[in-house]
Write a protein that binds this ligand. Structure first.
Ligand SMILES: O=P(O)(O)OC[C@H]1O[C@H](OP(=O)(O)OP(=O)(O)O)[C@H](O)[C@@H]1O
Ligand SMILES: O=c1cc[nH]c(=O)[nH]1
Ligand SMILES: [Mg+2]
Length: 219
């Protein structure tokens, strides 16, 4: 797996990450969503450098201009709920991408420490020979990412796969590295130390879906 750990290099990305983690600033859900979206834009920009480009000639008002254009057919798939603002950020830059949505949520069974991943909703175009971007801000155990990828198998074989995340636990990064093809790219803003016994990333930021959209009742 090609791991691109973006906060290894200092940039304005650190400001957005810091605001998302900050227990006071993260209470502003509009800013929290906007920071996810802004990081989505940064992930998209960095990812685009690995795409294929083709030479094209466009006309300006003053003459012909030869430029390199992205030559990938992109399908952007995000995992509900917290993936929605990340999806929007990526779509701000890949504005002609096709789109897929999938629900994958943790269903806590009897003990709070144990959960299973439930996939219920899936809307997806053909993935055959396309560039698939799987977007989810949090990569904790990595199980949602893998469950999503497996649920997408009937829609075709993508030419390349990119995982777009904001914060991952080292354990989740290792998990996707072990379960995805070695040519897969992981674009991730920060890699944190560990998971706690409820599967939350430490230090992480808390529950990204709840911070973005409010707390939900457990089913
Ligand atoms: O790597 P994993 O251990 O699978 O955990 C990561 C998942 O947890 C979060 O979603 P959550 O289940 O909280 O749903 P939500 O976005 O609706 O809050 C997050 O957005 C990922 O989808
Ligand atoms: O730390 C975590 C783990 C999973 N999902 C979140 O939103 N946060
Ligand atoms: Mg959540």
């Amino acid at each position: 797996m090609h791991i691109h750990h973006l906060s290894e290099q200092n940039s304005v990305l650190n400001t957005f990450l810091s605001e998302m983690r900050n227990i006071d600033i993260q209470k502003d859900s509009m800013r929290f969503r906007r920071n996810i979206e802004r990081i989505g834009e940064i992930l998209g920009y960095e990812m685009s450098k690995s795409f294929n480009f083709k030479v094209a000639t466009i006309q300006t008002p003053l003459g012909d201009c030869v430029i390199n254009e992205i030559d990938n057919n992109i399908v952007l798939c995000s995992i509900l709920r917290a993936g929605v603002p990340l999806h929007n950020g990526l779509l701000n830059y890949f504005d002609t991408a096709e789109n897929a949505f999938i629900s994958a949520y943790r269903h806590h069974k009897h003990e709070p420490e144990s959960f299973e991943i439930i996939v219920e909703y899936l809307a997806c175009p053909s993935l055959e020979n396309k560039t698939l971007i799987l977007a989810d801000p949090m990569l904790a155990t990595g199980q949602s990412m893998l469950a999503t990828f497996e649920a997408l198998q009937p829609f075709g074989t993508p030419k390349e796969v990119h995982l777009a995340c904001i914060i991952g636990a080292q354990e989740g990064v290792d998990f996707v590295e072990n379960h995805f093809d070695k040519n897969t790219h992981l674009w991730i803003a920060a890699i944190d130390e560990k998971l706690n016994n409820k599967g939350y990333i430490i230090p992480g930021l808390g529950d990204a879906g709840d911070l973005a959209f409010g707390e939900k009742l457990q089913q």
